[in-house]
Design a protein around this ligand. Structure first.
Ligand SMILES: NC(=O)c1ccc[n+]([C@@H]2O[C@H](COP(=O)([O-])OP(=O)(O)OC[C@H]3O[C@@H](n4cnc5c(N)ncnc54)[C@H](O)[C@@H]3O)[C@@H](O)[C@H]2O)c1
Length: 285
């Protein structure tokens, strides 16, 4: 039996295996492992997705001499970056980057930002032609010709549509299923954004989508600058009122700076989880 869901996507229990969306998570640190757990809990439940979630692991040898990827597959747990949390038996850790993406048409980028360009260079010509991407990476590349958003880097190097997901998302809290919200930023393809929302949403992880990739991504980057100022206020014991002032003025400056870089950035984005909520959570840490 098939039907159209709220998100407007066909649900069909008889969809052929090769027509299912297949997910690869590129990165397996703290947030990458939690993202894989969230995704894996949905791919087993939703018939549009293939159950298996491939997670590319930057291979490391643990102090006990075992390989990190082997340990993840044996214990279903990332003992180094997310100890004590089971990822879901459908998460497969794979130290081979090209093998991890070869069947996937939904690529989730979640490494520290400085590794993305090198990873994309290796992926050129080695991903499915129908692949689309989402970046959970905070930060930007600053090149001689100016700042370059990570989603732009991914989408230009790989010729793929690239959304972003940002928000007040401390990975360790989501890992133990404490409630969080997140914001997806998309450009034109609303259907793709809804698909990403379905892949990530759980009762404890509420995802909404806004048509403002740059606004969402800049929020995730610039809030860290404001958080440094908030940390200085804490360190100097200047008090809560001063910290609140730093956060309010900081949010206003994030908005002004973002609009200076991209005139398309929307005011309303700063009131989503990626904006004010992420700023609050980061300044409180
Ligand atoms: N941790 C969080 O709570 C959180 C929340 C939201 C967003 N983020 C963002 O997610 C991204 C990933 O952060 P994280 O916390 O998962 O990372 P992390 O700091 O936990 O882990 C670092 C990862 O980088 C890998 N690595 C090391 N050297 C590498 C190399 N040369 N090439 C490729 N990978 C290499 C490590 O194996 C590890 O998987 C960052 O942009 C971060 O800002 C993190």
């Amino acid at each position: 039996m098939g039907g159209v869901t709220e998100a407007g996507v066909m649900e069909n229990a008889e969809v052929k295996s090769e027509e299912l969306f297949r997910v690869a998570v590129i990165g397996s640190g703290n947030w990458g492992s939690v993202a894989a757990k969230l995704i894996a809990s949905n791919t087993v439940k939703q018939s549009m997705f293939h159950d298996e979630v491939r997670m590319w692991v930057f291979e490391e040898t643990l102090p006990n001499g075992r390989k990190l990827s082997e340990t993840i597959n044996q214990e279903n747990e990332n003992v180094k970056y997310l100890p004590g949390i089971k990822l879901g038996s459908n998460v497969v850790a794979d130290p081979d980057l090209l093998n991890s993406v070869k069947e996937a048409n939904m690529l989730v980028f979640v490494t520290p930002h400085q590794f993305v360009e090198g990873i994309c260079k290796r992926l050129v010509g080695n991903i499915r032609p129908d692949a689309e991407a989402i970046s959970l990476i905070k930060g930007m590349e600053v090149k001689t010709e100016g700042p370059c958003m990570i989603s732009k880097l991914i989408s230009e190097m790989l010729s793929v549509n690239c959304c972003v997901l940002m928000g007040a998302n401390i990975a360790n809290e989501i890992a133990v299923e404490k409630f969080s919200e997140a914001t997806i930023g998309y450009r034109q393809d609303k259907e793709a954004a809804q698909r990403w929302a379905r892949l990530f949403s759980t009762p404890y992880f509420l995802v909404s989508a806004v048509p403002d990739v740059e606004g969402v991504e800049l929020c995730g980057t610039l809030k860290n600058v404001v958080a440094i100022a908030a940390g200085l206020v804490d360190g100097l014991d200047m008090g809560n009122n001063t910290k609140a002032a730093i956060m309010r003025i900081g949010l206003r400056e994030m908005k002004a700076f973002s609009k200076l870089l991209f005139s398309s950035v929307k005011d309303s984005t700063f009131f989503e989880s990626c904006g004010v909520a992420d700023l609050i959570t980061t300044c409180r840490m």
